[in-house]
Design a protein around this ligand. Structure first.
Ligand code: URA
Length: 242
């Protein structure tokens, strides 16, 4: 039922009373333990409103998507292991901190996932990035692997898998199969995604319950063409000119 799946809440800074806050549609909450939905802050809802608007031009679409993607990358990094790291500060005192442990790499699902590489590079200097091209086979309408180029030591790395839209999950699930065939265990994969459908999130939770999914928003559902609704249309077409 559409209404059950469209929660709305007052969105605004804390000093605004609940009657002053505008009501906005926020993410559907899902009960899968492996999915993290970004906090539905006024910032995030405003950024999403901008990129969902069909009248938003390409430059604004890119700028505002990049900001959301940066939030996703920062949250995704919270899911990587850390270990104790004690440093001495310039005033001669010690600070008890942590540092990241282990090697990472990004893997983008072409072409839309490539739009998420820049934010990953900004957060992780000189990060290795692999690519996977999966397209729907015209005859069978099933996803088919066309190309992959991955770091040779990927089995020793944590993988941040990049794809902005999780519709049915067909291509992303196939991408995970490719990674597993190269020796990456599902628990070392974190899938970063802007908008997910409840169906896509459920398919991931069922097939790969130990793989982490970080998304900005779980939308209402899918239309008959498997577009996410309300969604934002075709992410690749809005981000890229060609
Ligand atoms: N891919 C997109 O770009 N948009 C959708 O709605 C679904 C898949």
């Amino acid at each position: 039922n559409e209404l059950d799946r469209a929660p709305s809440q007052g969105v605004g800074p804390e000093y605004m009373s609940s009657t002053e806050k505008p009501t906005a549609t926020v993410s559907t909450q899902v009960s899968h333990a492996n999915i993290t939905i970004l906090p539905q802050t006024p910032q995030l809802i405003a950024l999403l409103t901008m990129i969902r608007d069909k009248n938003t031009n390409r430059a604004d679409f890119i700028f505002h998507s990049n900001r959301i993607i940066r939030l996703l990358v920062e949250e995704g990094l919270n899911h990587l292991p850390v270990r104790e790291h004690i440093v001495t500060t310039p005033v001669g005192k010690t600070y008890n901190g942590v540092r990241f442990e282990g090697k990472i790499c990004g893997v983008s699902i072409m072409r839309a996932g490539e739009a998420m590489e820049q934010a990953l590079r900004e957060c992780c200097r000189s990060v290795r990035i692999g690519k996977i091209l999966i397209q729907r086979d015209e005859e069978t309408s099933q996803p088919r692997l066309f190309y992959d180029k991955l770091p040779e030591d990927i089995a020793d790395r944590w993988v941040l898998l990049l794809d902005p839209m999780l519709a049915t999950g067909g291509s992303a699930l196939m991408a995970v199969d490719v990674l597993r065939s190269k020796g990456v265990p599902e628990e070392r994969i974190c899938f970063l995604n802007l908008i997910a459908s409840p169906e896509g999130a459920a398919n991931f939770a069922k097939k790969f319950p130990k793989l982490r999914v970080v998304t900005a928003f779980v939308d209402k559902g899918l239309d008959e063409k498997n577009y996410i609704v309300p969604g934002l249309g075709d992410f690749g077409d809005r981000f890229y000119t060609l």
